[in-house]
Design a protein around this ligand. Structure first.
Ligand code: BG6
Length: 497
């Protein structure tokens, strides 16, 4: 579809995200000729910098732009970087909006962006409301000559209350249709493909319910620790950093009812319903039985010493922030009644992987006794990343006498769709916002419904003393105790094992 001429104003432009994700995504879109002809970027941050310095920093000397195009590269980069501008707004993001407005007006005329502006907020979230208010003071929220959109980065709130407050704060100045809450997991092809898997295949959807599904397992693992983000992470933890947003988004796509069409509001309405049907855990006993938290401890991986979480820079030495979380829950609706969901996320795991496993029930009447524990259920494994694709595990007869059953795999890899260019998450999401398509952005009620489920867990963990924090060594699949969550099976499926 058509992309209007437009100006993208990035707040927090000197931060990591701009250099690492946003500019590389824009560059790829530029190379793929997906950007409109009249397109400009205005970086906004606290400290003064010239346009040239900004161009140098995020484009011309960027280590993050993809090394492709060989000869053309230099040329492309020069032309691309000439669309970048910079303006500072002073120390607290509270002053200088008058001059900022004038600068925007000038760039708008010079670059022909027709008054279409996206404001991308990549500052600490405490500033979101202030920035929205200041933009409104300058009438930059009003859609008169062009359209105005506001993209906000995560974290979206720290709790249900703060998320509500943030929603109300932004909605004072921008209406919900103008607000795009980014969750980069929704930009992943394999996450979007959950919808296609379910709703375009009659071999899956009829089975996608309590009659045939025994349980659902979702694993999100990272090999890295908290890296240089200790300061941020220690106030956040695995549940706020990954579960409340990315993983519950995946859950909502697995759980939702079929939408009546693929229009943004039809899909988002069903996702909200799905999130609202997660059974909120109320009693301490429930919370105790269904949640496990852990922290990585100092250890050695392949002969290399790895710091424990509490020794990381920016982390409180007696921190009780979790780097591992495993949560079991139920979905209270017609489709899912009684089907347990097991979701875990962690840093310092053996490998980086995200996958969804649908475990189907065993046949009602087993006539083949010789079936190993592992071979009992049919599984659909959806590999979100890496090795993007899907695998079905089903039983086949072991050749020879008698009826022994063994598992065989039907395996699909996205990479075998040769010549398909798979867009990175930020590329896809930026392009969508530029075209005004909010399907892959989280709506206010969605975010609040996710917090509603998460709040009691964090509240319970905060009580500390009687809630155990399990230590685990780097490079293992978290605390062993987490296996006990999965009754019947007794262990998680560890990808790659
Ligand atoms: C971010 C989290 O949202 O997602 C990080 O803040 C995490 O802690 C990252 O590393 C993981 O994203 P991906 O796309 O690499 O799985």
């Amino acid at each position: 579809s058509k992309t209007d001429h437009q100006l993208l104003v990035i707040f927090g432009a000197s931060g990591d995200l701009t250099a690492r994700k946003l500019v590389p995504a824009l560059f790829n879109l530029y190379v793929a000729r997906q950007l409109p002809e009249n397109f400009a970027v205005l970086g906004v941050s606290r400290s003064p910098m010239s346009d040239e310095e900004f161009r140098d920093r995020v484009v011309e000397k960027s280590p993050y732009l993809e090394k492709r195009l060989d000869d053309l590269r230099e040329d492309y980069i020069k032309r691309f970087s000439s669309r970048f501008f910079y303006e500072d707004v002073g120390g607290s993001y509270e002053d200088s909006y008058g001059p900022l407005k004038e600068r925007i007006d000038r760039i708008n005329v010079q670059m022909g962006t027709r008054g279409n502006y996206i404001f991308y907020l990549s500052t600490p979230p405490v500033l979101y409301k202030t920035i929205a208010a200041k933009l409104a003071e300058q009438d930059l929220n009003k859609q008169v000559e062009g359209w105005r959109r506001l993209i906000v980065e995560k974290p979206f709130g720290y709790s249900l209350d703060s998320a509500k407050e943030l929603n109300q704060g932004l909605q004072q100045y921008f209406n919900e249709k103008q607000i795009y809450r980014i969750d980069h997991y929704l930009g992943k092809e394999t996450v979007q493909n959950l919808l296609v898997t379910r709703f375009s295949n009659s071999i899956f959807e009829p089975l996608w319910n309590r009659n045939y599904i025994h349980h659902v397992e979702i694993t999100n693992a990272e090999q890295v620790g908290v890296e240089k983000r200790g300061g941020y992470y220690d106030k956040s933890g695995a549940v706020r950093d990954m579960f409340q947003n990315h993983l519950l988004q995946i859950v909502s796509l697995v759980v939702m009812e079929p939408p009546i069409s693929n229009r943004p509001e039809d899909i988002r309405n069903e996702k909200v319903k799905a999130l609202k049907s997660l059974r909120v855990m109320k009693s301490e006993e429930e919370l105790h039985q269904n949640t496990i938290r852990g922290q990585y401890v100092a250890s050695e991986v392949d002969g290399v010493k790895v710091k424990g979480y509490r020794e990381e820079e920016g982390v409180d030495p007696i921190s009780t922030t979790e780097t591992y979380a495993a949560i079991k829950f139920y979905v209270d609706n017609w489709r899912w009644e009684g089907v347990p969901f097991y979701v875990r996320t962690a840093k310092r795991m053996p490998t980086k992987v995200t996958e969804v496993v649908i475990h189907f029930k065993t046949p009602h009447h087993q006539i083949f006794k010789d079936v190993g524990m592992d071979n009992k259920d049919n599984k659909l494994i959806i590999r979100i990343q890496p090795n993007e694709g899907m695998m079905i595990k089903f039983g086949v007869k072991v050749p020879g006498q008698g009826f022994k059953v063994e598992r065989a795999n039907l395996d699909f890899y996205y990479s075998s769709l040769a010549e398909t260019y798979v867009m990175q998450a930020y590329e896809r999401l930026l392009l969508d916002a530029m075209q005004g398509d909010a399907t892959l952005y989280a709506r206010a009620d969605e975010v609040e419904a996710a917090w509603e489920f998460v709040d009691p867990i964090l509240g319970y963990w905060k009580k500390g003393a009687n809630v155990r924090m399990y230590g685990y060594a780097a490079g293992v699949w978290g605390p062993e105790h987490a296996d006990e969550l999965i009754e019947g099976l007794g262990y998680w499926r560890n990808p790659g094992e």
